[in-house]
Design a protein around this ligand. Structure first.
Ligand code: OXD
Ligand code: MN
Length: 602
């Protein structure tokens, strides 16, 4: 086995120890150079792990197919391994650290034999920024290396910055035999360590993303006094050059990526807005000396869902993924380009589907259901810097100042298009009680609300009751805290159709949000918060159906009282860990809804 020596003793000893366990044939350091990237691409292509795509149409692009049993994050195999179960809280899967290490060690032992172990030093956030954190991922997958090169800053600059410092997240990954029975995604926040084995799917194996930047980082953030959140960050620039930034949390698959890079709608063109994309998935936020909240996107790439991406839903992304992009589990067309359900243009006549099987337009399975060309969770990995709306502040060590925090869910009836919360504490309540109704595409009872506080349900690396407490404390640290809003693009009318067109038209709602932050637009006070009056949202050239805006802004007290019952049950799961302030918000909302009658008691 080849050896490399690192000046950093802790890194050196750890790499040696992991190599002794995993027994790779070779060890290679990822230096971040273009030459090494090219060599790895050729090696991976020769192994059949990635397929080079049409170099004229899609230069620098590749296709990868994962094992059909390995196409999404496996939440039931994802564990937070704290010494005390209480520290992981009632929502996370928990395993005692020793048991977790032992279980995984049995799978990791010898798992890399016949393979090379790649050592990837990476920085989440600009190298050397006070926001940033260093990690080192060891992996036996070139696909992982190539993705990490897009999603994070990798190589010698990171290693040099780390120097002799012992503070880095130790990330170990092996595909092993890709057996779901032998798959574990383990987080050890007390050891600053992640072990992931038996998977090759991005969310489980690009360890800088969900594992480090959310689960481990949320734990660090609570200790160190900052926020690691599942949020997009975008800037809205006015013609006078003023840019205001928004951080927004929506559950997975609710359109964060599309919103983060929207193109202003026709109807608002005359206003000359311009959108700057900072990030589409993760925000790390700190209070600065000016008393406001500043944010960085720790990533350098997008790992976006392909199906439904087209020039109408997301023209900037269509442009971004034309080069240097890795596509995973999409359809391969005969001309060496790719396609997915909901892509631009004609449905291809034939191709190779995401499982590598010949595919024909209109193909059906034995039960008459359409055979999909691309997996519904097929993805592209692509550099932020290629996005036409990419911020010029991506490498800025200070990030961007946040004017508004926006929470959102997918609710057919309950939540209005937008409301502003009364204050930080009420805003935390609105984030903590966020939820989405299951659609037909999800497992479980349709219409049932899945609570997903701050969209962090699968990503909070510690006790969520303590997480709420941390959010409340953060509000006290800021003299200029962002205002907190709640949006819902998914309200439907009696015919079951969406009342709001969404996508680029959402800028109209963001405009009201930012005008509220600037104190330049009015509102109406309702029991749930401040809502726009119908005249407060610019409807130029929107042509909504008659009465739709009224319906979008309606607050139905009966529905909200019903909602409170669900919130109460949810809050109870946290027992004494739920901050009393959130119960107070619960009672206050009840009182406002009933016109002054007392709450219903815990
Ligand atoms: C993601 C997710 O992949 O939230 O970003 O699932
Ligand atoms: Mn996400």
């Amino acid at each position: 086995m080849g050896r490399i020596t690192f000046e950093n003793k802790v890194l050196n000893d750890w790499v040696a120890e992991m190599a002794a366990m995993c027994r790779p044939d070779d060890i290679e350091l990822i230096d971040g150079s273009q030459e090494q990237k090219k060599t790895l691409e050729s090696k991976s292509a020769a192994m059949g792990e990635i397929i080079p795509l049409n170099p004229k149409e899609l230069p620098g692009c590749f296709l990868h197919r994962t094992n059909p049993n390995d196409v999404a994050r496996t939440e039931h195999l994802t564990f937070i391994c704290t010494r005390k179960q209480h520290d992981a809280g009632p929502i996370n899967n928990w395993m005692p650290p020793q048991q977790a290490y032992d279980k995984a060690r049995a799978i990791f032992t010898g798992a890399m034999s016949g393979r090379t172990m790649y050592v990837i030093p990476f920085s989440m956030g600009p190298v050397g920024s006070p926001f940033s954190k260093v990690g080192v991922e060891l992996t036996d997958s070139i696909y992982v290396v190539l993705n990490m090169m897009i999603m994070t800053r990798v190589g010698l600059p990171v290693l040099n910055f780390l120097g002799k410092n012992n503070e880095f997240t130790k990330c170990l990954h092996s595909k092993a035999d890709l057996n779901i029975e032998r798959r574990l995604i383990l987080h050890f926040p007390e050891d600053n360590t992640i072990w992931s084995v038996g998977s090759g799917y991005g969310g489980n194996v690009l360890l800088g993303k969900k594992c480090l930047s959310l689960r481990i980082a949320s734990h660090m953030a609570a200790r160190e006094g900052w926020l690691a959140e599942h949020m997009l960050i975008m800037g809205v620039e006015r013609p006078n050059g003023q840019i205001q930034y928004i951080a927004a949390a929506f559950p997975s698959a609710c359109g964060k990526t599309n919103l983060a890079m929207l193109v202003p709608p026709e109807g608002l063109k005359r206003k000359g807005y311009r959108v700057w994309t900072v990030g589409d998935d993760i925000a790390w936020m700190r209070v600065d000396t000016d008393g406001s909240l500043w944010a960085v996107n720790p990533e350098t790439g997008f790992f976006g869902v392909a199906p439904g991406t087209n020039s109408k839903t997301n023209p900037n992304m269509v442009e971004t993924i034309k080069r240097n992009t890795i596509f995973t589990n999409v359809l391969l067309k005969p001309d060496g380009t790719v396609w997915w359900e909901g892509a631009d243009g004609e449905i291809p006549e034939s191709g190779i589907d995401w499982q590598g099987r010949p595919w024909k337009r209109g193909a059906q399975d034995a039960d008459g259901r359409p055979v999909l060309g691309a997996h519904p969770n097929s993805r592209f990995t692509t550099p932020v810097a290629q996005c036409p709306s990419a911020t010029f502040r991506l490498e800025h060590h200070h990030g961007v100042p946040i004017s508004a925090v926006v929470f959102g869910g997918r609710r057919q009836h309950l939540a209005p298009l937008v409301y502003e919360t009364f204050n930080w504490r009420h805003g935390v309540f609105s984030g903590a009680t966020m939820g989405s109704e299951r659609t037909a595409a999800q497992y479980g009872k349709q219409g049932e609300v899945r609570r997903d506080p701050m969209a962090m349900l699968p990503f909070c690396g510690y006790n969520m009751g303590h997480y709420f407490r941390h959010w409340l404390n953060m509000g006290k640290k800021m003299s200029k805290a962002p205002r907190i809003f709640h949006v819902n693009w998914f309200r439907t009318g009696a015919d079951g159709k969406f009342l709001w067109p969404g996508y680029r038209e959402n800028l109209r709602v963001l405009e009201w949000i930012l005008d509220r932050c600037n104190g330049t637009v009015g509102c109406q006070k309702t029991p749930i918060g401040y809502l726009p009056r119908t005249k407060d949202i610019d409807m130029t050239k929107l042509n909504l159906a008659e009465g739709a805006i009224k319906k979008l802004l309606a607050v139905n007290r009966k529905d909200w009282l019903e909602e409170l019952k669900g919130i109460k049950e949810f809050f109870k799961t946290f027992g004494d860990d739920l901050p009393e302030e959130l119960w107070q918000e619960y009672y206050a909302l009840h009182k406002r809804l009933t016109g002054g009658r007392a709450g219903t008691g815990k």
